[in-house]
Design a binder for this molecule. Structure first.
Ligand code: PLP
Length: 392
């Protein structure tokens, strides 16, 4: 060891040493657990699983899964078998479902070795899991996905009826869960919601006593008819608003902040950042923050930036010294400029500016960049210094 980095001499990834970090994430595991408990109350008597795909929406599958387990969660959904393997290493006794299905015959042994249940959503998935065979004297467990309106994954209703009838005779597969996925639940008035509910109820009747699950975060708030035996929230656990246009009942879980690395003064008539689109009409104090689109602070959030299909109404903003300040000029890869003129001389290098979190809702920060909280969280990137609080 050279001794140049005495506090983190073996740091193998960016963000390991807080003194060297341009931006930091604080992830509140007690808020996550509180959100889980709120969903339990909302969905009761249905069970609440945790959707932890994509590294728990970017927040870190290991600490998130442990916190959910401590809060009572026993069933988890990931998208990919490798995410399932990572989760199995953390939670020995959890039920783990792999949403994206079975990745062919070469992948099947890994599902079995790590006790991952594939969510079978096509005829080829079904025959592949059947052919892979039995675990001793019983078929290996799985979930059956039926499509009710998403046209993404899932058997058609007719395929599901045919499967149910045949499997009742052969017992070739052992479905632990029948599931489907809602397309428009974040819009409670959308007519597809009821249509999907009714299609799912019809298929469910053919599956007898098998547990069933239809709802993501949003549908968990559509009413008891949507709860079935288990709900599968993701974004609501992480603090995102489950339903558009309603007050968000969830607690914020993640706060992103960037280090202010410089404060500079500019004159009327000067411009800021690439493209020179932000033209100053007053003496302006600019705080330069060490985070940009490489940190998932999307360029589309720039004032005078790049409207996305005309939906960017307002530039992104930050909060520092208790005040909301707008992004000034285009967000760049590693740096973002904020107009802190109205804060007087209060701002100094070394201060931190919140990008979203306890003061700026993730849904608002996402909307300012023409996107959704899901995309904001899953594109955070690897450069943040991460601190988990409230874990025990
Ligand atoms: C991602 C996903 C969920 C969780 O959705 P949220 O909207 O984040 O609650 C549930 N079910 C399926 C099939 C999914 O793909």
């Amino acid at each position: 060891m050279s001794g140049w980095l005495p506090f983190a001499p073996d740091a193998s990834h960016a963000g390991a040493d807080p003194r060297l970090a341009g931006a930091r994430l604080t992830i509140d595991l007690s808020a996550l657990a509180e959100n889980y408990r709120l969903l339990v109350r909302q969905a009761a008597p249905a069970k609440v699983a945790g959707v932890v795909k994509a590294d728990a929406y970017g927040l870190g599958i290991e600490p998130v899964a442990r916190a959910l387990w401590r809060a009572g969660c026993r069933t988890f959904f990931v998208a990919l078998p490798e995410e399932g393997i990572a989760l199995r290493a953390v939670l020995r006794d959890a039920e783990i479902f792999v949403l994206n299905g079975l990745f062919g015959p070469e992948a099947a042994p890994a599902y079995a070795a790590h006790r991952l249940m594939p969510v079978l959503g096509s005829q080829s998935d079904l025959s592949c899991w059947e052919a892979f065979g039995w675990d001793g004297d019983r078929p290996r467990p799985c979930a059956i996905h039926v499509d009710t309106g998403m046209n993404r994954l899932g058997l058609t209703a007719d395929e599901a009826f045919a499967f149910a009838e045949e499997n009742a005779l052969t017992g070739a597969l052992s479905p632990r869960l029948l599931m489907s996925h809602m397309a428009c639940a974040d819009d409670p008035r959308h007519p597809l919601n009821r249509q999907q509910l009714e299609s799912f109820q019809a298929v469910k009747r053919a599956f007898g006593q098998t547990d069933s699950s239809l709802s993501n975060s949003a549908a968990t708030f559509l009413g008891p008819a949507f709860a079935f035996d288990m709900v599968r929230p993701g974004i609501a656990l992480y603090g995102g608003a489950p339903v558009n246009g309603r007050e968000n009942p969830m607690l914020p879980v993640v706060t992103a902040e960037a280090r202010i690395v410089q404060v500079r003064h500019a004159r009327p008539g000067e411009t800021v950042s690439y493209g020179a689109h932000a033209k100053l009409d007053r003496d302006t104090v600019i705080a330069i923050a060490s985070a940009g689109y490489a940190d998932g602070y999307h360029r589309a959030g720039s004032q005078a930036g790049v409207p996305l299909r005309g939906v960017v109404k307002q530039s992104a903003c930050g909060v520092t010294h208790g005040r909301r300040v707008p992004v000034l000029g285009r967000i760049t890869m590693d740096l973002t400029m904020f107009d802190v003129t109205d804060l007087g001389t209060a701002v100094a290098p070394g201060d931190w500016i919140e990008l979203f979190g306890t003061n700026i809702a993730i849904d608002d920060a996402a909307a300012a960049a023409g996107t959704i909280s899901y995309e904001l969280l899953t594109s955070l990137g690897r450069r943040y210094h991460r601190t988990y609080v409230g874990g025990e």
